[in-house]
Design a protein around this ligand. Structure first.
Ligand SMILES: *Cc1c(COP(=O)(O)O)cnc(C)c1O
Length: 488
């Protein structure tokens, strides 16, 4: 191969490395949201299917240009929307190698390095979270599929106890499975139940308190008098407030019967890695399954979620497939396709292995604590401002903020859950401030409704966010609030 050929593999990778480095270096200062419309992106990518095609280097340059113009800097330090992590450089590097190797991580024989990396990462994760060492782990695409996979194991186990083989016989004619969950269960719990054929309508909803935590006594009532197959879905980390259900009480109540307890800890489970915050999750190791994300708080590149099941037989029973042509490991290694809904798949656990190997136990704890401390600082600085109210107890990395038309201090106006109890106009003003902050582009965050009131939600999930980023963002939010409040 001619080394000066711009389309030789080395030249293409050099081009990508150069453009990638430039992009990464721009992250701390580039406007967090691009000024683009869908049409602008189409103008760069769309056109008729080429008959002959373009030179690879030209294609990559066009793509990199599109990214420079239109990428949302969600990997950067002032992106506080949804719950989105960035990518630790070591995890990004590991992910590049994963693509270079391009192995099918469904089977050990096809991918010894990715499959063993996942096996090791799985053991490290269980230790980090303080979960039973015998638990099995599936590396799936995200929290949605982690909930799906864990609830498939739950469905397997609770029906098996009733003498029903759901993998073989399906759900037609099966005993009815009750699902009990807090009214604040994440929408992906509903999604998982839809896909599992249990139906999101099967959920018996249990009321929650002002922070979104399930009320244990009410859960106990909901469970009373039923001894059929039951799955309880608890939550560690409410997507708005970060609140954690009273897990010990929930698990006790569920295990008094034969219910399976699943914990959706998409980001909240990471609190278990912090000695300072582990207490919030007390009792969590006694649940039956857990779902979490690595692409949120561990800051590996998209996509990576983790389905963890205390009973590997239930997990395996729900997920494993057999076919004559599949050369499975002889038991000395693990075949990932036995633990995930996917068959062929990316070795997404490689980046998890690299992140954990590089951070170590202390580094993960520091990452979690740093994000929580930044969230607390947001609440402190914003809550100090007359007319700005922090709506939640900031226990993790989530902050809910509401903006009032008058600069009365929040404590002159007792905080209440009752909608409409505060001055009229706060809903509209809060939405307006969110829009103004998005357009200011110093940071990006989104709005939500919390207990019938509009709120701005701030999620601090990025490894690279600094105290200075928090202050710059608070300045932008404060400016946008004052501008939105000014008489027009
Ligand atoms: C983000 C989130 C999910 C879904 O995770 P994805 O990775 O987006 O699929 C589920 N539950 C909770 C509590 C979450 O925060």
């Amino acid at each position: 191969m001619n080394p000066s050929d711009p389309d030789a593999p080395a030249a293409l990778l050099d081009l990508v490395r150069e453009r990638a480095t430039r992009y990464l270096e721009s992250l701390p200062e580039r406007p967090v949201f691009p000024r683009v419309r869908p049409g602008d992106v189409r103008a760069r990518l769309d056109g008729p299917l080429p008959a002959a095609g373009e030179a690879p280097a030209a294609v990559l340059r066009r793509l990199a240009d599109a990214g420079d113009a239109a990428a949302v800097a969600s990997a950067g330090p002032r992106y506080f929307g949804f719950v989105i992590g960035g990518a630790l450089p070591v995890a990004l590097g590991a992910d590049w190698l994963t693509s270079v190797w391009d192995q099918n991580a469904g089977l050990y024989v096809a991918a010894p390095v990715p499959t063993v990396a996942e096996e090791v990462a799985a053991r490290w994760l269980l230790e980090l979270f303080g979960l039973p060492a015998r638990s099995s782990v599936g590396f799936v695409t995200g929290g949605q599929m982690a909930n799906f996979t864990a609830l498939a194991a739950a469905r397997h186990a609770v029906l098996r106890r009733s003498g029903w083989d759901v993998e073989r016989d399906g759900l037609q004619g099966a005993p009815r499975v009750r699902v009990v969950a807090g009214e604040e269960a994440h929408v992906t719990i509903h999604g998982a139940l839809q896909m599992l054929g249990l139906g999101s309508g099967a959920i018996v909803e249990v009321p929650t308190d002002g922070q979104g935590r399930v009320i244990a006594a009410q859960l106990r009532d909901a469970l009373r008098g039923h001894d059929g197959p039951t799955i309880v879905c608890a939550q560690a980390g409410n997507v708005n407030t970060g609140a954690v259900d009273p897990l010990a009480e929930v698990i006790d109540a569920a295990h008094e019967g034969a219910a399976w307890v699943h914990v959706d800890g998409a980001f909240g489970l990471w609190a278990a890695a912090s000695p300072r915050r582990r207490g919030l999750l007390a009792g969590i190791e006694r649940a039956d399954s857990w779902a979490t994300d690595a692409h949120k708080w561990l800051n590996v590149p998209y996509d990576c979620g983790l389905a963890i099941v205390a009973d590997p037989e239930a997990h395996f029973g729900a997920m494993s497939l057999k076919a004559e042509y599949l050369e499975k490991s002889d038991g000395t290694a693990r075949d990932p396709l036995d633990w995930t809904p996917e068959f062929s798949r990316r070795g997404r656990g490689v980046a998890v292995w690299a992140a954990l190997a590089s951070l170590g136990r202390d580094g993960v704890a520091a990452l979690v604590d740093r994000c929580c401390d930044h969230a607390a600082r947001f609440a402190e600085l914003l809550g100090r401002e007359p007319g700005i109210e922090v709506l939640n107890e900031v226990v993790l990395n989530q902050v809910l903020v509401r903006f009032h038309p008058e600069s009365r201090l929040a404590n002159e106006e007792p905080a209440t859950d009752a909608p409409g109890a505060d001055a009229p106009g706060a809903d509209a003003l809060t939405r307006d401030v969110v829009r103004r902050v998005q357009e200011d582009r110093v940071c990006w965050l989104s709005g939500t409704r919390w207990r019938g009131r509009d709120a701005m939600r701030i999620s601090v999930s990025n490894w690279s966010t600094t105290a200075a980023d928090v202050e710059r963002s608070v300045d932008s939010i404060r400016r946008c609030y004052l501008a939105g409040r000014a008489p027009r």
